[in-house]
Design a protein around this ligand. Structure first.
Ligand code: NDP
Length: 620
C-alpha cells in the first residue's frame, strides 16, 4: 500500500486572532433555549415520525409469546446483538423494529447521494467473517442496506424479526420475572432478556421555526425522502420531477451536504438555508483495488480499526506507524506524526503534545477555508461557507461536488446565522433577512434527536423496571451502570450504545463488542438456570466511581465550540451533584481508553464468576 502523506497546511496562522474569531462566531449562534428550539416530532409531527415512504405497512395479527431475548432494534447494534447471540448458542430471540426491514439509519435514510462518511473497510462489520468486500472506500447507502440482508441471511437472523413494529411499553413483570413488551401492533411479548439497541439517530429533529405549521407546500425530513415527489429512486436518484420546482433545504450537515449536489443538478431553483457551515474536504472515494483486497492477511480488519482508532480517537499514531485510513478524520494525527518524525520523535509531555496538536488543528481548518476560496467563485458565498471552529466541534465531512454546486446559477446560499436559524415560514415559503421566498417544497436536513432527554429521544412511552421505576427518572441526572451495559433495578436488560463504556472510533465495532459481552451474560444466565441477573448497587456504585475518577474532562473544549449535538447545543444540564455540565452524546467514555476497557471486560469474563451481578435462580 502507498504510504499516506501528510497534508500541506499553511504555517502562518494567527492562533490568538483565530481563537477570538471562533468565539465571535460561536456567540452569534448561541440560543438560550438550547434543545427547546426543536419541536417534539413525535407529538407535533407524528405523521413524519410514523409514516414509511419506503415500504407499505402490511397488517398482521398481534403476537403473544414467551421468548428468551427481545432485541429492540434492527440497525447495526440490533443485528450484531442477534449475531452474537446466535454464536453463543442462544436461539430464542427476535429483533423488533419500527422500520420495514433491517438497516436502522440505513433503512430510513435513502436521500439522494447517501454514503457513509467512514472508511467502509472499518465501518462495515464482520467483513472477514462474511467475506464481503465493499466496492469503494465510502460505501453507498444501498450497498450498506444490502449488506445487512447478507448478514441476516448468512446467519439466519431474519425469520424471527418483527418489522414495522413500534414499541410502546416495556415493563418488568416481577411475577413472571420477564419483560412485557407492548407495541402499536397490540403485541404482548414476554421476554426473559431485553437488549435495547435503539440507536442514536432514530428520531428526526425539526426546528421550531415560527410558522412551520402554516406552510402549505410539500415538506419532508431527509430520513423520509419522498421519491414519488422528486422523481428518481433510491438506487438511481434522477430527480426529474423537480425540473419545474423551487425547493429549499434546511441544514448543511452530513445529510444536506450529500443531497444538495443532486438538488442543484435537477431542481429549477434551490435555496440552501445555512446556519453553520460544515468543514468539507476532498473525498478521494476510490474503488476498492482488487490487488490490495487479494493481499489482505487474516486479522486485517481488526488491525485497520485499531490503526483508525489511534489516529481518529486517541489522537496519535505510534512512531513509524502509517495511517491506513488516510482521510480527513486522521489528518491531524498524520500531520503530527510527520512533524515529530522529522524531529526524531522528541519526548513530549501530554500538555506539550496537546498544544502542538491544537496548532495543527488551526492550520488544518485554515486549509479547509482556503479550499472554499479555490472552488467557489462568488466571494460573498465563499465567505459564508467558511467554517470557524475547531476540528471535532462538529462532524467533519468530505464531498467533491458540494462547493462547486454553489457556482450554479440555480443555487442560492442563504445565511440564516444572524437570526440563529430560519426566521419564519409562511403559507408559501420562508422568510430570510426580511424577504419572503416562495417554494414548492421545504426539505428538512435538520438532523436527529442525538443528545436530547431520553424520554424525547427513545420514543417508548412506558419504560419501567422493578417497582415501576421509570428509566427516564432512574437516569434523570446521569447514567448509573455496570460496564455501561446494565443497570440496577432493571434486571435482564442490556443497553447497547453510548453510555459508560470504552469508546471506539468505529461505532459498529463498539456496538459489536457490547453485544458480544451481553450475549455472554445471557448465555451464562440461561445455562446456570437463572431467572434474573442485575448489577448489585455496590458493584454499580464502584464502577460509576471508577469511570468518573478516570474520566477525561472535555468541558473547556465543548464550551469553546459552536453549538451542535456535540455539546448539547451549548446547553448545560444538572448532574447528580448539582454540577452544570454539557451532555456528551458519546455518554461517559472510559478514560483509560478502548484497549483498557476491553481488557477489563475480558478479565471479568475469564474469571467466570459474573462478579457484581446478583443472580436469582429460576425456582419453577
Ligand atoms: P446534523 O444535526 O448534523 O445537521 C443538522 C443541520 O440542520 C445543521 O446544519 C443545523 O445547523 C441545521 N439546522 C437545525 N436547526 C436549524 C434552524 N432552525 N435553521 C437552520 N438550520 C438549522 O444532521 P444530519 O442529518 O446532517 O447528520 C446527523 C448525523 O448523522 C451526522 O452527524 C452523522 O453522525 C450522521 N450522518 C452520517 C452520514 C454519513 O456517514 N454519511 C450521513 C448523514 C448523517 P447548525 O449546525 O447551526 O445547528
Amino acid at each position: 500500500e502507498m504510504k499516506c502523506k501528510p497534508t500541506d497546511t499553511p504555517g502562518n496562522v494567527d492562533i490568538p486572532a483565530l481563537r477570538e474569531r471562533y468565539r465571535q462566531e460561536r456567540d452569534k449562534r448561541l440560543r438560550p433555549e438550547g434543545q427547546k428550539q426543536y419541536a417534539k416530532v413525535r407529538e407535533e409531527f407524528s405523521d413524519t415520525y410514523t409514516a414509511d415512504p419506503h415500504m407499505p405497512v402490511v397488517p398482521r395479527d398481534p403476537v403473544s409469546e414467551d421468548l428468551d431475548v427481545a432485541i429492540l432494534g434492527a440497525g447495526w447494534s440490533g443485528i450484531l446483538a442477534a449475531y452474537h447471540l446466535r454464536n453463543a448458542g442462544v436461539c430464542s430471540f427476535r429483533n423488533i423494529d419500527h422500520a420495514g426491514d433491517w438497516g436502522g439509519v440505513w433503512y430510513w435514510n435513502r436521500y439522494p447521494g447517501i454514503q457513509c462518511d467512514n472508511d467502509a473497510y472499518c465501518y462495515l462489520p464482520l467483513l472477514e467473517e462474511t467475506g464481503f468486500m465493499p466496492s469503494r472506500k465510502y460505501a453507498d447507502g444501498y450497498e450498506i442496506y444490502d449488506y445487512f440482508r447478507l448478514i441476516a441471511d448468512k446467519y439466519s437472523l431474519g425469520e424471527n424479526a418483527l418489522f414495522h413494529t413500534l414499541i410502546s411499553s416495556l415493563r418488568w413483570d416481577e411475577r413472571i420475572r420477564r419483560w412485557r413488551i407492548g407495541s402499536n401492533r397490540g403485541d404482548d411479548i414476554r421476554a426473559r432478556f431485553v437488549i435495547v439497541a435503539n440507536g442514536l439517530l432514530n428520531i428526526p429533529k425539526l426546528p421550531n421555526i415560527p410558522g412551520i405549521h402554516d406552510y402549505k407546500g410539500r415538506m419532508f425530513h431527509t430520513s423520509r425522502w419522498e421519491y414519488d415527489y422528486t422523481g428518481g429512486t433510491y438506487r438511481n436518484p434522477v430527480l426529474d420531477k423537480l425540473a419545474d420546482k423551487k425547493v429549499a433545504i434546511i441544514g448543511t450537515g452530513a445529510t444536506a451536504l450529500q443531497a444538495i449536489p443532486y438538488l442543484g443538478r435537477y431542481a429549477r431553483h434551490v435555496y440552501v438555508l445555512q446556519r453553520t457551515p460544515s468543514t468539507v474536504d476532498q473525498r478521494h472515494n476510490a474503488p476498492t483495488d482488487p490487488d490490495w483486497a487479494q493481499g489482505l492477511e487474516p486479522g486485517w480488519q481488526k488491525e485497520r480499526m485499531a490503526n483508525f482508532h489511534r489516529a481518529a480517537m486517541e489522537g496519535r499514531l505510534l512512531p513509524g506507524e502509517s495511517d491506513l485510513v488516510c482521510d480527513f478524520w486522521t489528518e491531524i494525527s498524520r500531520n503530527m506524526s510527520a512533524e515529530l518524525e522529522a524531529e526524531g520523535w522528541p519526548r513530549l509531555t501530554p500538555e506539550e503534545y496537546a498544544t502542538r496538536r491544537e496548532a495543527m488543528d488551526y492550520r488544518v481548518l485554515e486549509r479547509m477555508r482556503r479550499r472554499v476560496d479555490e472552488i467557489v467563485r462568488d466571494r460573498e458565498t465563499a465567505a459564508a461557507l467558511k467554517p470557524w471552529y475547531r476540528f471535532l466541534c462538529k462532524r467533519p465531512l468530505s464531498n467533491d461536488d458540494y462547493y462547486d454546486t454553489f457556482n450554479r446559477p440555480n443555487v442560492s446560499l442563504i445565511d440564516v446565522s444572524a437570526t440563529r436559524g430560519v426566521e419564519r415560514m409562511t403559507g408559501k415559503g420562508f422568510v430570510a433577512n426580511g424577504v419572503e421566498h416562495q417554494v414548492d417544497c421545504m426539505m428538512f436536513a435538520s438532523g436527529f434527536e442525538v443528545s436530547s432527554d431520553r424520554d424525547r429521544r427513545w420514543g417508548i412511552d412506558v419504560f419501567e423496571g422493578r417497582n415501576g421505576v421509570s428509566i427516564y427518572d432512574h437516569w434523570r441526572h446521569g447514567y448509573k451502570t455496570l460496564h455501561g451495559l446494565m443497570t440496577h433495578g432493571f434486571p435482564n436488560q442490556f443497553f447497547i450504545g453510548y453510555y459508560q463504556g470504552g469508546l471506539n472510533a468505529t461505532t459498529t465495532e463498539q456496538c459489536s463488542r457490547q453485544a458480544y459481552h451481553a450475549a455472554y451474560i445471557v448465555k451464562e444466565a440461561l445455562s446456570r438456570g437463572m431467572a434474573a441477573v442485575e448489577p448489585s448497587l455496590e458493584a454499580q456504585d464502584a464502577y460509576v466511581r471508577h469511570i468518573r475518577e478516570t474520566a477525561i474532562d472535555i468541558a473547556d473544549f465543548q464550551a469553546e465550540c459552536t453549538p451542535s449535538y456535540y455539546n448539547n447545543e451549548s446547553e448545560k444540564v444538572t448532574d447528580e451533584k448539582g454540577d452544570r455540565k454539557y451532555r456528551n452524546f458519546l455518554g461517559e467514555g472510559y478514560g483509560p481508553g478502548w484497549d483498557a476497557f476491553q481488557r477489563l471486560l475480558q478479565e471479568w469474563r475469564d474469571n467466570g464468576d459474573l462478579a457484581g451481578l446478583v443472580l436469582e435462580p429460576d425456582q419453577r
